[in-house]
Design a protein around this ligand. Sequence first.
Ligand SMILES: [Zn+2]
Length: 311
Amino acid sequence: MLKFYYPTGTEDIWHKSRTGKRYRLDSLNRMIMLKALILKKSNTEVISVNKKDDSILSLAHTPTLINSYKTGKPRKLAESSGVLYQKDFYRWVVNNAWAHIMAAENALKENNITIALTDGGHHAEAGSGYGFGPINSMLIASEYLKSKRKVERVAILDLDAHFGNGTHSQACHKPWVLSTDLWRYKLDKWSFTKSEKNVFHKKVENSEQYIKLLPDVLEKIEKFKPDLIWYYLGLDVLETDRKGGVEGFDVDTLRKRNQLMAEFFTKLKTSVVISIGGGYINYQLNRLEVQKQKKELAKLTWESVYSSSCR
Ligand SMILES: [Zn+2]
């Protein structure tokens, strides 16, 4: 049984176009499509997460940032992630963190692989959201589990195409967290943390280099002996991705990566939580084609989650 933890309120978060038309951000729309897809599959369960306790946010973020998320003031900080401040924003943010905590608690209890049906927030730094991630749910949940003595060490495996600035910048002060990352893109406004000690990242230029370097990352994790692995599953490595794209990274390479992950998780037998990272479609295409691509991306995400977690 594959268990998916879905933050209640995801469907209530909207964005606005320049002409004032409301629409859903790619990152949220994909979760909703994925949820619909999962509900049709057998041997799966979607657990809707709805919790009020917001004290957990302070485990990875500053009081100023949290307060801006709660009150909408200052607006610039409240919207630093790119997600607009709105009525249900704070509720969704809190549920996001809890979805990761609950997914991890179940994974640890049953020593299996669970899925947080949301973004783990690898760009969110202590004092600011970035890249459509207001909070770093993976770090919040790690701190929470550590405080409850449910883990001693955790590892983050970030296979999204973008640099995990939020995760690295916080993990470098926590020797019990191993933060690993293969990345292709980094924005100047994101902080840079060196690859040393418990932070291990490599920049890749193309898919060949990517597949060659992946075993080094996995070896680091294996040697660290974590109690839990956060697998940040990015599909924006695909060369056709609007915001990401690694040269030569096609669907076959993605399937190869899925297979390598399945083998790795089978070998380690460690508890794993999969968190859904980036994946962006091309809006330059006509409406029908955009719809088709959205469906295909949701399907590919499902396939990647499913095949990576077969052990
Ligand atoms: Zn990304």
